[in-house]
Ligand binder design. Structure first.
Ligand SMILES: *[C@@H]1O[C@H](CO)[C@@H](O)[C@H](O)[C@H]1NC(C)=O
Ligand SMILES: *[C@@H]1O[C@H](CO)[C@@H](O)[C@H](O)[C@H]1NC(C)=O
Length: 390
């Protein structure tokens, strides 16, 4: 995904204090910080509440300009694309927003629109982040930002966006653009088809996934049930379990968790632009390889890179944050994409299939949430897990 005009408006909202908190003295080598002062929070049940085994991506009911939408909640990307038909007009967009686009280089669809700080109501929690308001979607296989700017100059055909829009005009350009990572392709295709569907939106709420915190609706919360959030009482972040998500970290909703401190990303956009948590990967009895961990609610499969290329039937073990004293451990077997969903299915944390990650570590996909609840402290930079009792 490419974008320009990174309009990084450092919106100074409440709840952004990052001063160190004392850790809770529990004897746990990986304690969560003492979240006692923070009491503003709300639990939002998933809209697809029957999805408790994580077969599908979780969804939440949201409203934009008073209009209801069903939004996929994706921890593997950051940012939201909303169609302008949900209450945006050209006059407003031209006056208040900055021209921009998102280009899906694998499918060649260009989303033309405006980067616009947009209020979204997520079940009574009002949040405001930089969204792409999409005004048009065109098949643009030859799109080049440096040549075309923000708009498609040579469109192939005008049609409803579905699947890959192919061009016979420039095969070499097509081939170049298809040379993208599988992990990215699956994500942008899901995002594109969801955004194209009537009444739907795709809401990326992850961290360390490209766009900075200014794009993340879960990191820019303004009020909860009409009460503005206050820095002294509200801790930005979320807790995900199998039935919903808490917005706002508290002592109560992080009880039973262990946590690891996150580092800011290299070239961080602001002081809440956290990197991925650490993990170690082992293939069969091989050596442990240190990498990064992601539990991406957007995908049912996984991507793993360890010391050797994993093959069908290989045992894969992941320990978080390190192998010697982990608070999280996942074991599953390598399954090729062609045999998706047929191997290891008695294990609730078994991904449907396991691809190769481009960087060391794992994207364990959403089946991970069958074994653990997860929390992210966006103000202080902590990542935590709590083993389910099942
Ligand atoms: C455009 O949208 C703005 C903001 O929602 C609204 O105030 C204005 O009346 C709208 N204009 C038209 C012509 O619909
Ligand atoms: C998730 O948390 C909510 C709120 O605390 C709770 O009501 C629900 O039972 C939890 N779900 C699971 C599966 O633990």
């Amino acid at each position: 995904m490419h974008r320009i005009a990174a309009l990084i408006t450092a919106t100074l909202l409440a709840g952004q204090s990052t001063e160190a908190l004392p850790l809770t003295p529990t004897g746990n080598p990986h304690p969560v910080p003492a979240y006692c002062p923070f009491i503003q929070t709300k639990f939002l049940p998933f809209y697809n509440s029957g999805n408790q085994k994580w077969n599908d991506a979780p969804t939440l009911s949201i409203t934009v300009n008073g209009l209801p939408l069903i939004a996929t909640m994706d921890t593997g990307s950051t940012g939201i694309v909303i169609d302008s038909k949900y209450g945006f007009n050209t006059t407003y967009l031209q006056k208040n927003c900055e021209i921009g686009y998102v280009f899906y280089s694998s499918s060649h669809w260009l989303q033309e629109g405006y980067w616009c700080t947009t209020d979204v109501d997520v079940g009574g929690v009002v949040t405001s982040a930089l969204a792409l308001i999409r005004t048009n979607e065109v098949c643009c296989p030859k799109f080049s930002e440096s040549v075309d700017g923000n708009r498609c100059k040579i469109r192939e055909k005008a049609c409803v966006c579905k699947g890959t829009c192919t061009s016979t005009a420039d095969q070499s350009a097509l081939t170049r653009r298809i040379l993208e990572e599988d992990e990215e392709i699956s994500k942008i295709e899901a995002r594109q088809s969801t955004t194209a569907a009537v009444g739907k939106a795709y809401m990326g709420v992850g961290f360390a996934r490209g766009n900075p915190p200014s794009h993340n609706l879960f990191m820019n919360i303004k009020s909860i049930d009409g009460v503005p959030v206050a820095a002294s009482k509200f801790r930005t972040g979320y807790v995900i379990n199998s039935t919903g998500v808490w917005l706002g970290i508290t002592k109560a909703n992080t009880a039973g968790f262990s946590a690891v401190k996150l580092n800011l990303r290299e070239g961080n956009a602001d002081n809440r632009d956290w990197g991925e948590p650490p993990c170690d990967v082992q293939i069969n009895d091989g050596s442990w390889v240190t990498g990064t961990f992601l539990a991406d609610t957007g995908i049912p499969n996984a991507y793993v890179r360890g010391d050797v290329a994993h093959k069908e039937g290989n045992d894969i073990t992941i320990r978080i944050p390190e192998p010697s004293n982990p608070f999280g451990e996942v074991k599953f077997v390598s399954v090729p994409k062609a045999k998706a969903g047929t191997i290891g299915t008695e294990n609730p944390m078994q991904p449907t299939w396991v691809g190769v990650r481009s960087i060391p570590g794992v994207n364990a996909g959403r089946k991970f949430y069958n074994g653990y609840d997860l929390y992210f402290d966006g103000d202080g930079g902590y990542f935590g897990l709590r083993k389910k009792s099942i």
